[in-house]
Design a protein around this ligand. Structure first.
Ligand SMILES: *Cc1c(COP(=O)(O)O)cnc(C)c1O
Length: 456
């Protein structure tokens, strides 16, 4: 196979798979390109060790810019007079390195807990924010949460609590700022998270029975994450638009529809729907529904979290042991120096599949079918692709003293805050690549740090 074919084989260099920044160099090593800068991942792990998470802020920034560009283009096409806003859902990745570049590129924020809002407060008080940033607050409004919200509002931050039940509306009756309300839609979508019955938000008739809500600005829904079908995204939007028209008849201050998250990531590198197509259809539905109802075009908020964040990080592990599998669809266990359970928890919780590429020897012609195992003593700490195995270079083909490293793609969403300490495995180091420079954001966790968490 030629070099070009290896790039194709490992599904690199493709924007539809969000691997456009990745390539294989002539030595079979994984490289990352940022404009004319190039980073050699093998050199990086040789220098910083493994396991290491490699965060790519420029990927995050580019994806947000593209989202704004596409929205602008589609709004022009539909002569759309509402505005478009991106609110970054902080739960997707609360690391400072993630949040700051997004805010600097024009993202607003969405928080789901008082502790996330506390981080926003720190940024706000440190004057890291433009006065125009807006924060939406989801999640149960505990007394501490409400105190934080009202405190920040009185300091001049544009902060919008999203009401999820009638009791929250009562608790916020003295709130002077703008409000949102979360609607519990009846449409179902194909997604792990769209449960038959959920506890979030108010039914349309419940919202209408509340009568006029003072300063109601935003109708919000969030139907689930990783929505598999484009048509589902559109069907829920249309249901929400019908509700929007009715709620607005009662609340003329309502001017914004917030469609939450749900835009899927092509983790398995199979063709998927695009931002272009979804936004085109969304703005068309928005324009048509407003024309039919004779109302102004609503502003549109999207909170697509994993779509932006997942491709902005890869996790690199070293294969530290191999073991023959006597009977199985795969031939060998490759044990990595980290853990699927502790650091890529979705592997365990929802059987997440990952795109895995060898960091060196990517040009090897011969590959083994393997199962990957983690460092914990847990039989659940393992990974295989949908086919039932992973195809990786053969250890016996490595030169003396050479190691095999694996890059797991799209690890930027959710995995960091899910990380746990089964068997007290250390969290990986985190490095940041930006403007040709490599910086260390977080050291690999030491035994002392872990011991402390457990009272040692
Ligand atoms: C989790 C969440 C999101 C992000 O969802 P993604 O699937 O990552 O896009 C957005 N909005 C709300 C309210 C959420 O709870």
């Amino acid at each position: 196979m030629s070099k070009k074919n290896f790039k194709k084989f490992w599904k690199l260099g493709r924007r539809d798979f969000s691997t456009e920044h990745f390539d294989i160099n002539p030595d079979g090593e994984l490289v990352i390109r940022e404009g004319n800068y190039q980073y050699n991942v093998l050199d990086l792990v040789r220098k910083f060790g493994s396991p290491t998470e490699v965060f790519l802020p420029f990927v995050l920034e580019e994806r947000l810019e593209r989202l704004f560009d596409v929205a602008e283009q589609e709004m022009k096409r539909h002569h759309y007079r509402g505005k478009f806003f991106y609110h970054y859902p902080m739960k997707v990745n609360q690391n400072r390195e993630f949040v700051l570049p997004l805010v600097s590129e024009g993202a607003h924020l969405e928080v789901g807990s008082p502790n996330e809002l506390w981080l926003v407060k720190k940024l706000w008080e440190g004057e890291n924010f433009h006065a125009k940033i807006r924060v939406l607050c989801n999640g149960p409004k505990t007394p501490r949460y409400i105190n934080l919200i009202t405190g920040l509002q009185s300091q001049g931050l544009a902060i919008v609590p999203i009401i999820e039940d009638a009791e929250e509306l009562r608790l916020l009756k003295d709130f002077r700022g703008e409000l949102g309300v979360r609607i519990n839609l009846q449409s179902k979508v194909q997604s792990h998270w769209d449960k038959k019955i959920d506890r979030f938000g108010l039914l349309e008739e419940e919202i209408l029975s509340l009568g006029k809500i003072r300063n109601l600005k935003i109708l919000h829904y969030h139907i689930g994450s990783q929505v598999e079908r484009e048509n589902d995204l559109l069907a829920v939007l249309k249901e929400a638009l019908r509700a929007y028209v009715k709620v607005r008849a009662q609340n003329p201050s309502l001017d914004t529809l917030d469609v939450g998250g749900g835009f899927a990531v092509p983790y398995e590198k199979k063709p998927m729907y695009t931002v272009e197509s979804v936004l085109r259809r969304m703005f068309s539905a928005l324009a048509n529904a407003s024309a039919a109802a004779g109302i102004p075009h609503p502003n549109l908020i999207v909170e697509w979290g994993r779509h932006l964040a997942a491709p902005a990080q890869i996790s690199v592990f070293k294969v530290v042991a191999t073991k023959v599998i006597p009977k199985g669809i795969a031939k060998f266990w490759y044990v990595i120096d980290g853990s699927f359970m502790t650091d890529l928890l979705d592997t365990w919780s929802i059987h997440q599949k990952w795109h895995i590429v060898p960091v060196g020897h990517a040009g090897a012609e011969k590959r083994h079918r393997v199962w990957l195992g983690g460092l914990t003593c847990d039989s659940d700490d393992k990974y295989a692709d949908a086919e039932g195995y992973v195809l990786l270079p053969r250890i016996e083909d490595l030169g003396p003293g050479e190691d095999l490293y694996l890059a797991i793609f799209d690890t930027g969403a959710y995995q960091d805050s899910f990380a746990m300490h089964h068997c007290l495995i250390s969290s990986p180091a985190k490095i940041v690549l930006q403007n040709g420079l490599v910086t260390m954001a977080r050291k690999r966790e030491s035994p002392e740090e872990i011991g402390k968490m457990f009272g040692w």
